[in-house]
Design a protein around this ligand. Sequence first.
Ligand code: CO
Length: 231
Amino acid sequence: MSRDLDELFDSNRRWAAATTARDPGFFTRLLAQQTPQYLWIGCSDSRVPANEILGLLPGDVFVHRNVANVVAHGDLNALSVMQFAVDGLKVRHVIVVGHYGCGGVRAALLDQRIGIVDNWLRNVQDVRNHHRTWLDSLAGEDERLQALCELNVLEQAYNVCQTTVVQDAWARGQQVVVHGWVYGLHNGLLQDLKMTVASLAEVGAAYGLALGAMKERYARRRRAADRAPGG
Ligand code: CO
């Protein structure tokens, strides 16, 4: 690795040339305007890059990422991104994307001390504490981590629905749909947790349905494991 990171500039030049070769008007078009349909709120984890996972090009998705894909009510950064995306760019969909094996979620689950980020992960510990009884009922640490990754998506998607940005958009009749998804590092696939909300009236029911469906999945898996020979 060179001190000036020449390899990254080389790689960048190859990418720009290949992109122009494939579509000569690509950069000129994007220069004029961006019209993304989606706002992606995901984890900073290097293995979860929004555009690549969705197979989308520059210009297609507006992105906000932080450790453990948190949407905290007092976070001016996230709120500013959301307002720019919803009010300015008029994105149609706000998608909270968690991922299995999230180090931030694991640290929150296990009360690991890492550093400054512990304070940030308090938001995820709130989720853990809120669902503690159910989480404790699960079989082991792996299952609890998986479950908390999913719960965190539902709660953060719920938080998106509680922002003035989304509620004001709904109030003025603007179409914005909030989604909660989880990504599998092991297979590259996204899964819809069915926390899909298109209006203020739907928020509570959508959250309840998604949470119920999630708990049912874990209960089914537990029953299957109990029935398995030797299990
Ligand atoms: Co993560």
